[in-house]
Design a protein around this ligand. Structure first.
Ligand code: SAM
Length: 233
């Protein structure tokens, strides 16, 4: 019984589905009053909810354009810089971490770009709101590595979770990953190679992938980043 827990009902043991473990550890940080004001004002305009009906991205971004999704946007450095440098692309940045979401909204407020939407919630649940083959690129840079054996099932890059991501990618679309944990890089390569929905995997680091605070900390501790880019069949 792999993904079910054992429960007793009317004296009989029955299998009930166990909710899938989350890939993140919830962190609760309060916003300062200024960030709070921006968050309250802009989240209704630029935020998409984690759950809800299937979205029409042409409506969300007021016209057809390439769509990218960043899973785990952290403090928002990359999504902010990418959205500003690529005004013709629609970018959806997703994280459970409210201060990072608020920081993106603050950038929208000060810089004035309109091609970014934020989701405060579980990216995997949000993906269920997207139509099949509707996204050109999905990025997950430095997903939480969950290093202990007992935590390995929480990693983002597992066959089941990659299937949820593959569903929304267009044919020829890219799944871009990066990690600075050697064992996780090996797992990423294995999962992608075993998934027939992807036709090729290369080690390309995109020129626009700026070094985030998180990556810099790893590099300063001697951990080099590995990039992987898988192309959807
Ligand atoms: C190690 S940080 C890296 C952040 C950023 N990508 C960077 O390179 O600086 C991983 C982030 O992924 C987020 N995360 C993990 N699983 C997630 C999920 N299922 N949905 C949304 N965010 C998630 C965490 O909250 C965390 O902010």
């Amino acid at each position: 019984m792999s993904d079910a827990s054992r429960r007793y009902r009317d004296g009989l043991m029955v299998a009930t589905p166990r909710p899938m473990a989350r890939t993140f550890k919830p962190r609760h940080r309060r916003l300062g009053s200024q960030r709070s004001e921006v968050y309250e004002r802009l989240a209704p305009m630029f935020g998409l909810t984690e759950a809800g009906p299937v979205l029409d991205l042409d409506v969300v971004f007021a016209g057809r354009r390439p769509i990218c999704v960043e899973i785990g946007s952290g403090n928002g450095d990359l999504s902010s810089s990418y959205a500003q440098a690529h005004p013709g692309t629609g970018l959806v940045a997703i994280d459970v971490h409210r201060p990072g979401i608020a920081r993106l909204l603050a950038d929208i407020d000060t810089v004035g770009f309109t091609n970014l939407r934020v989701v405060e919630g579980d990216a995997l649940d949000f993906l269920d709101r997207l139509p099949d083959a509707s996204v050109d690129e999905v990025w997950a840079f430095f997903p939480d590595p969950w290093p202990k054996n007992a935590q390995a099932h929480r990693r983002l890059v597992t066959p089941e979770r990659i299937a949820r991501i593959a569903r929304v990618l267009t044919s020829g679309g890219s799944l871009r990953l990066a990690t600075d944990v050697a064992t996780y890089a090996a797992q990423m390569r294995r999962v992608l190679a075993d998934d027939s929905r992807f036709m090729s995997v290369n080690d390309e680091r995109p020129s626009w992938r700026i070094e985030t605070h998180f990556e810099r900390e790893g590099r300063e501790r001697g951990r080099a980043a590995v990039d992987l880019c898988a192309t959807r069949r």
